[in-house]
Design a protein around this ligand. Structure first.
Ligand code: DCB
Length: 342
């Protein structure tokens, strides 16, 4: 009797979970019938705190971010993004366009890397986050006019495609850069400009303190607009329980959250790989169905990067196990549903 139970019940279940047959189809970039994630989910919408498909089903999207496109723009092409879709099972790609440090303000041709990201995502049927990567420039209002000009152009060209997600300010930071004083007014101006051209694609708003103070935004959210989400960013080696509590507070107040960037490392992008801490975060994100994008596709040799130093210098994809860093091997397995996140 005992042997029978093992044979007929436990073994098939075990085999199914190993071969991935048990994997929920909603986590696949391309399903068994060959339908892409955008084919299946269509026009995204926000209901309460949840990101939902066009049909109204709550989902959790997962994917990868580029590193700063001024340095790692060689990966913003169909070969690499296609490899990430087919081998890593990404459903979303984020094009991180810095403003300073050699970014768009100083070097506007960087925009071409955003365009090539979008074009690849359209062909591949995945979602693409267009990230206006506010960072060392701190206050998003500094380049507000440029931001409006940039997103107006993107919305005009691509706003009719459901693939597009606008991220209007990566990480506002600095003591004098507050939600009500700078970030919210900036966001309202950007939302106004984008919505006059694109009535429905997702717009994601950064939050104070490097996109950690989601609770502050939750007490004073943007009113009268649909399909708005708010960014939470974390680095597993630096941020833990305290930041998760903040996120939970924001969710309880009804704030829809999208983690457009997180790393397995410390907040510097280096300093080690924190696998256990990353798993705790992934469990939290799964429980709340919070979509996430991992930082980042780079070969510069920092621990958060998914490639080892100097791997794939031309941006061709088709990475071998030896091209991947410790973080890269871990994130790939998570995305491929080969590591069980409880
Ligand atoms: C964020 C930024 C992102 C940054 C990563 C890791 O910054 F959105 O651009 O990426 O998190 O720090 C890093 C790259 C490095 C690069 C550096 C400067 O990985 O290769 O040299 O940007 O461009 C954060 C996040 C959190 C905090 C601070 C920063 N924090 N920050 O909690 O204090 O100062 O960049």
């Amino acid at each position: 009797m005992k042997i029978r139970i093992i044979g007929f019940v436990i073994l098939p279940v075990l085999m199914m979970s190993l071969s991935g047959c048990g994997t929920d189809e909603k986590f696949l970039a391309v399903d068994k019938k060959g339908k892409t994630v955008v084919d299946r989910f269509g026009q995204l919408q926000v209901n309460g705190t949840k990101l939902c498909t066009e049909a109204g089903k709550p989902i959790q999207l997962r994917g990868m971010s580029s590193h700063g496109l001024q340095w790692a723009g060689k990966y913003a092409n169909e070969d690499v993004i296609g490899w990430l879709r087919d081998d890593w099972n990404i459903q979303v790609w984020r094009a991180a366009m810095y403003l300073t440090q050699g970014g768009y303000i100083e070097n506007p041709v960087i925009k071409e890397k955003v365009i090539s990201s979008i074009e690849a995502a359209l062909k591949l049927g995945i979602y693409v986050i267009v990230d206006w990567h506010v960072l060392s420039d701190k206050n998003p209002q500094v380049y507000q006019a440029k931001a409006i000009e940039f997103f107006t152009d993107i919305a005009q060209k691509y706003g009719s495609y459901p693939n597009i997600i606008y991220e209007i300010c990566n990480e506002p930071n600095g003591k004098d850069v507050t939600w009500s004083g700078q970030i919210k007014p900036y966001a309202e101006a950007l939302i106004g400009a984008i919505r006059s051209l694109d009535p429905d694609n997702l717009i994601i708003v950064g939050t104070p303190n490097w996109s950690q103070d989601v609770d502050v935004a939750a007490r004073d959210p943007i009113k009268g607009e649909k399909n708005i989400m708010y960014t939470l960013h974390f680095y597993a080696g630096t941020h833990g329980e305290e930041l998760r509590n903040k996120a939970e507070k924001a969710l309880n107040l009804g704030l829809p959250i999208f983690v457009t960037e997180w790393g397995t490392s410390e907040a510097t992008g280096g300093g080690g790989v924190y696998i256990d801490e990353s798993k705790q975060w992934l469990t939290f994100l799964k429980k709340h169905q919070i979509s996430w994008v991992n930082w980042s596709v780079t070969n510069k040799g920092e621990e958060s990067g998914v490639l080892v130093y100097n791997a794939d210098r031309e941006g061709k994809g088709h990475w071998k196990e030896t091209d991947l860093s410790e973080s890269g091997r871990f994130i790939r397995k998570v995305l491929r549903n080969e590591i069980r996140i409880p």
